[in-house]
Design a binder for this molecule. Structure first.
Ligand code: 4NP
Length: 150
C-alpha cells in the first residue's frame, strides 16, 4: 500500500480537492490518499462549499471529508507528502525530524513544472473561478502522479 498525503493551510479548499482527484485516479486496493492542513482552524469541518461544488461538477464527491491538522506522526504513516505552496512547505518541513521525513515532502506542481516550486494559489478569499482554476491545476498534477505510480 502506497500512502499519499495532500497538505494545504486550512484543509478545506485545495488539499481535499487534491485528495478527491487523486483518489479517483488510483485503485483504493493499492493506494491510500488523505489530506491535512498545517493550521487547525477547520478541524472536523467539511470542505468549503466551493470545493465541494467544483468537485461535483467534475463527478467527484468530497462532501464527506473532514478537516484535520498535519502532525509529525504523518511522516511515519505517509510515503509521499504533497504541499500546495511554499508556506505549506515551510510549515511541514518545520515538523520533520530527519532527512527521511524531509525527502517525502514535494511541491505538487513540480510534477507538472519540475523544480519550479510554483504555488497552487489559495482560492479561499476569491471567487468561484479560483476554485475552477485550482481544480484544473490539481487535475493535471494528479494525472501525472497517478501515471508515475501505476
Ligand atoms: P486551503 O484554503 O488552505 O486551500 O484550505 C484556506 C482555507 C481557510 C483559510 C485559509 C486558507 N482560513 O484562513 O481560514
Amino acid at each position: 500500500m502506497t500512502k499519499i498525503l495532500m497538505v494545504c493551510l486550512g484543509n478545506i479548499c485545495r488539499s481535499p480537492l487534491a485528495e478527491g482527484i487523486l483518489k479517483s485516479k488510483l485503485s483504493s486496493d493499492l493506494f491510500q490518499v488523505d489530506s491535512a492542513g498545517t493550521a487547525n482552524y477547520h478541524t472536523g469541518n467539511p470542505p468549503d462549499k466551493r470545493s465541494i461544488d467544483v468537485a461535483r461538477k467534475y463527478g467527484l464527491n468530497i462532501s464527506n471529508l473532514k478537516g484535520r491538522q498535519f502532525k509529525s506522526f504523518d511522516f511515519d504513516v505517509f510515503d509521499l507528502i504533497y504541499v500546495m505552496d511554499e508556506s505549506n512547505f515551510r510549515n511541514v518541513i518545520s515538523l520533520a525530524r530527519n532527512d527521511e521525513d524531509i525527502a517525502k515532502v514535494k511541491f505538487i506542481l513540480n510534477e507538472v513544472y519540475p523544480d519550479q516550486n510554483y504555488n497552487v494559489p489559495d482560492p479561499y478569499y476569491g471567487g468561484d473561478e479560483g476554485f475552477e482554476n485550482v481544480y484544473k491545476m490539481l487535475d493535471e498534477a494528479c494525472d501525472i502522479i497517478a501515471k508515475k505510480l501505476t
